[in-house]
Ligand binder design. Structure first.
Ligand SMILES: [Zn+2]
Length: 507
């Protein structure tokens, strides 16, 4: 379905950060073939269509640097939630997880699968430390033997040769949480000379945030001196004041030669397992075991209710804990509601309501309101912050999950502009900047011979709400999206079903 398109007299944000200008853009097959003054392209055989851009702006396709679609894209190759918000490329394999590797697939297998399935979204994938560790030594809580470390290193090296975009870690999760800094340093050293980043979900985003940033910098220095810090935040009100110090620490490391970028989803609630609402002695139990015991052991359940009611939810008031997702039909009415409301309608305490849901379902998703709005605004003003959804793929058929899945790009633009950042600078951070960090060739700029990944948008309208009850809404103001010259989304028609994405193999 390759075609020729002409965007006439459109405001062009070329991705460099320079002020926008008006012009005509011609796309042919998968490339941008010309950019010229307004109305200068008259006689051109345009098979796909001529679009009057007078009311609109165009930018290079947005790049989601923090995705988790490395399995989802094979199930839902249309990439609905990403494409509809203007993302044309994603960096997957974040937080230390490369899910297809844990299913026994190599990067080469993945490349073949993406070609067979015809994916809509361009996708680059990092190799995750949690997955490497799981493959080599399961979930064991100990240091790896020398042989195990060598094996992880061998697999990492191979994946990088097969086009992995970097090395990611998630030291907040099992089994990464069991790894010492030294293990990560040893593995990161495989990146040396590759130009590929080390990306990390910090060991702590709260009480030991600063120490965790120090650790991340240390590991990245063992690699190729390129650090990507995931979903940068200050977690829990008692840590909100640490933002200034954290930024200072990051800037000091940048001055000393470490290249650092951050990503952030522009929302105040995180999305994670609902069991994290329980006191630590319960939330840290393996989720299957907790669920089984809550379901089958009435004495245990009463005990958990009693202790939780006494202790209160772990550091987050019940008004600020919501249910986001659960496969149970009966739970659907509660999506987007907080546990004070849910308790009321279940006629019990918020703690009892939460524990009832956890007894009925192993892993419901909760949202926790533990982030500061002022800090989000300050973070969005940093010139080295990019958008990242922290999400996989979902279509628009159900109202479940976190709204960041659907609105991150538009909301990042909306909030950054509201914070006084010039739109061209915001666009740069959504396009050429991530393309440079992750070496996405011919992407991130509107240039002749660059890939025709383009987003046509109405910049006055570009926005997305923070609505946890109705997360699955298309962002406002996205008019049309092309991926490698394939028209993949239109405002009026939705997802077109035509798919032009590719596995982006990093060299
Ligand atoms: Zn993460």
């Amino acid at each position: 379905m390759l075609n020729t398109f002409l965007l006439r007299n459109v405001e062009i944000f070329d991705g460099t950060g320079n002020a926008p200008f008006r012009g005509d853009i011609v796309m042919k097959n998968d490339r941008i073939i010309s950019i010229s003054p307004p109305a200068s392209v008259m006689d051109f055989p345009i098979a796909g269509g001529v679009i009057d851009g007078a009311r609109y702006s165009v930018a290079p396709g947005f790049i989601d640097v923090h995705g988790h679609s490395e399995l989802d894209i094979l199930d839902i190759p249309s990439g609905d939630n990403k494409i509809a918000q203007g993302f044309t490329s994603e960096i997957a394999g974040n937080c230390g997880f490369t899910e297809f590797m844990e299913k026994g697939m190599s990067f080469r297998d993945f490349e073949v699968e993406t070609e067979q399935k015809k994916i809509a979204l361009n996708i680059a994938v990092m190799t995750g430390h949690n997955s490497l560790r799981t493959i080599v030594m399961g979930n064991e809580n100990r240091a790896p033997s020398n042989a195990e470390l060598n094996e992880m290193e061998r697999i990492l090296r191979l994946t990088l040769q097969q086009g992995a975009a970097g090395f990611s870690a998630g030291l907040w999760y099992v089994p990464g949480i069991y790894a010492e800094t030294e293990e990560l340093c040893r593995l990161a050293s495989v990146l040396k000379g590759s130009g590929k980043p080390f990306s990390i979900h910090l060991r702590s985003e709260g009480d030991t945030l600063l120490e965790s940033i120090e650790e991340a910098c240390k590991i990245a220095k063992c690699g190729d001196n390129i650090l990507q810090i995931s979903h940068f935040k200050t977690w829990y009100p008692r840590n909100w004041h640490k933002l200034r110090k954290a930024v200072k620490l990051i800037r000091r490391n940048m001055q000393n030669g470490l290249s650092i970028a951050l990503d952030r989803y522009p929302y105040l609630y995180s999305g994670t397992g609902l069991r994290m609402a329980l006191p630590p002695q319960f939330s840290q139990m393996p989720k299957e075991i907790l669920h089984e015991k809550l379901k089958n052991d009435e004495t245990f359940r009463q005990e958990v209710i009693r202790i939780t009611e006494q202790a209160g939810p772990s550091d987050c008031p019940w008004e600020q804990i919501m249910l986001l997702d659960s496969p149970q039909e009966a739970h659907k009415n509660f999506f987007g509601k907080n546990f004070v409301e849910i308790g009321k309608s279940m006629q019990c305490s918020p703690a009892e309501a939460c524990i009832k849901l956890l007894a009925e379902e192993e892993n419901p998703l909760g949202a926790f309101g533990l982030m500061s709005e002022d800090n989000l605004n300050e973070i969005l003003q940093l010139p080295f912050v990019m958008p990242g959804t922290d999400a996989g793929i979902q279509d628009f058929s159900k109202q479940n999950g976190h709204p960041r899945k659907f609105g991150t790009a538009a909301r990042f633009f909306q909030l950054a502009v509201k914070n006084g950042i010039p739109p061209q600078e915001v666009i740069r951070r959504m396009t050429s900047y991530p393309a440079a960090v992750f070496h996405l060739k011919n992407k991130g700029l509107i240039r002749e011979n660059y890939d025709a990944d383009l987003v046509l948008f109405d910049r006055e309208q570009l926005s997305a709400p923070e609505d946890y009850a109705h997360p699955a809404q298309p962002a406002k103001g996205i008019i049309a999206v092309w991926v490698n010259g394939v028209l993949s989304y239109t405002e009026n028609g939705g997802i077109t079903g035509n798919r032009g994405g590719k596995f982006l193999k990093a060299q």
